[in-house]
Design a protein around this ligand. Structure first.
Ligand SMILES: [Zn+2]
Length: 348
C-alpha cells in the first residue's frame, strides 16, 4: 500500500467515524459503528495490517497516525456509549416514576348487612342489661315449636297452610325463635335471662311486607317475683336505647298461646314523636309481641309456676330495620342489590 493512500484512508476513516459515532441513537448502533470502523474488515484494520510492508520511516509515522485514529475513535465510542446509557436509564426512571404527591387509592370498605346491623343493635341492648344470647336449631320438632309453647294440636298455626314441614314426620322449619326459650329452660334452672336471635320460616307468599324467611329476636326472663311492670320497664329501656331517650311504649292486650296476659307493644314514633306521620300513621309503631309466660309453659319445662314467673317478648328484625331506616319493601333485604346495601356503609 502506498503511504499516501494509507494516510488518506486513516484520516478519512477518522472523520467519517467521528461523524457516524455522533449520529448513533442507541447502544446497538454504537456496536455496529464500532465494528464498521475498527472491526477486522474495517479500512483501518487493512491499513494496520499493511504497515509491516512499509519503509521504516513511513511505518513509524503511519503507525503513530493509526494509533491516534484508533484512540480518537475509541474515545468517541466510549463517550457516546455512556451518554446513551445515561439516557436509557433516564428513560427507565421516567417510565417507572412514582408521583408521591398523587392521592392514594383508598380501599373500599364493605359494610354489614342492614339486618345484621339491627340484630346486633337489639342484642347489644339486652346483653348490656345482663341477658345472654341463646341459639337453637332451625329445624325443630313439634314439641319445642308448638306443644311446649302451649299451642294445642288444633291451633291454626300448626296447619300445613302456615308452617313449612320437612319430609321427616314431626319435624318442621321453626316458625319462631320461641323454641329456643323452651330448649333453654329445659337445659337450666332459673333464673334465666336470654335473647334468641335467628331465622324463622313461614309458609307465606312474598310481598312488600311478607316473606317465607325472616328474622326474629326473642327475649325470655324467668326468676322469682317477676311481674308485668318488669316487662314494661324492660321494653321501655329497650325502646329508649334503640330509638332515643324520648320514646314511650304503649301496651295493648293481645293473645298468644304461650303468654297470659299477652300484649302488643307499640313505641312512640321516633320521627314525629307520637304526633302522627307518613311512617307511623297514628304516632305509634307496633314492634313487639310480649306477655307473661303461661304457667303451663313453665310447667312443661319443669319449672314450678308457683315459685317462678317470667315474661317473654319477640320482634321481627326486618320490621325494626324497615322502621329504623325507612325501607318500604321487605324484599330489598334479600335481593343483594349493591345500590341498596351501599346505603349502610359505615353504619354500625
Ligand atoms: Zn310518626
Amino acid at each position: 500500500m502506498d503511504p499516501a493512500d494509507a494516510r488518506r484512508i486513516l484520516e478519512g476513516e477518522r472523520d467519517r467515524g467521528l461523524q457516524d459515532i455522533a449520529a448513533t441513537a442507541s447502544l446497538e448502533e454504537i456496536e455496529q459503528a464500532k465494528v464498521s470502523l475498527l472491526g477486522r474488515k474495517a479500512p483501518w484494520s487493512e491499513v494496520q495490517r499493511s504497515l509491516g510492508q512499509l519503509e521504516p520511516d513511513a511505518r513509524r509515522e503511519l503507525g503513530r497516525l493509526s494509533n491516534e485514529v484508533k484512540s480518537a475513535l475509541d474515545a468517541a465510542i466510549e463517550e457516546r456509549r455512556s451518554a446513551l446509557e445515561g439516557s436509557a436509564e433516564d428513560e427507565l426512571l421516567r417510565d417507572d416514576r412514582v408521583d408521591v404527591t398523587l392521592p392514594g387509592r383508598r380501599p373500599r370498605p364493605g359494610s354489614l348487612h342492614p339486618l345484621t346491623i339491627v340484630q346486633s343493635q337489639i342484642v347489644d341492648v339486652f346483653t348490656r342489661m345482663g341477658y345472654r344470647v341463646a341459639e337453637g336449631p332451625e329445624i325443630e320438632d313439634d314439641w319445642h315449636n308448638f306443644e311446649a309453647l302451649n299451642i294445642p294440636p288444633d291451633h291454626p298455626a300448626r296447619t300445613m297452610k302456615d308452617s313449612l314441614y320437612i319430609d321427616v314426620p314431626g319435624l318442621l322449619l321453626r316458625t319462631e325463635t320461641s323454641a329456643v326459650q323452651i330448649r333453654t329452660m329445659e337445659a337450666q334452672d332459673p333464673p334465666v335471662y336470654v335473647v334468641a336471635p335467628g331465622r324463622v320460616y313461614r309458609r307465606e307468599a312474598a310481598d312488600a311486607t311478607h316473606g317465607s324467611v325472616f328474622h326474629q329476636v326473642e327475649g325470655l326472663a324467668v326468676d322469682e317475683g317477676i311481674s308485668f311492670s318488669d316487662l314494661k320497664g324492660t321494653l321501655e329501656a329497650f325502646a329508649k336505647a334503640l330509638f332515643g331517650p324520648e320514646r314511650r311504649v304503649r301496651l295493648n292486650p293481645d293473645y298468644f298461646p304461650f303468654v297470659e296476659p299477652g300484649c302488643q307493644v307499640a313505641v312512640s314514633c321516633f320521627l314525629c314523636d307520637g304526633v302522627g306521620c307518613r311512617v307511623c300513621g297514628n304516632g305509634w309503631i307496633e314492634l313487639l309481641g310480649a306477655g307473661m309466660i303461661h304457667p303451663k309453659v313453665l310447667e312443661n319445662c319443669g319449672y314450678d309456676p308457683e315459685r317462678y314467673t317470667g315474661f317473654a317478648f319477640g320482634m321481627g328484625i326486618e320490621r325494626v330495620a324497615m322502621v329504623r331506616y325507612g325501607v318500604h319493601d321487605l324484599r330489598l333485604f334479600f335481593e343483594g342489590d349493591v345500590r341498596f346495601l351501599e346505603r349502610f356503609e359505615g353504619v354500625a
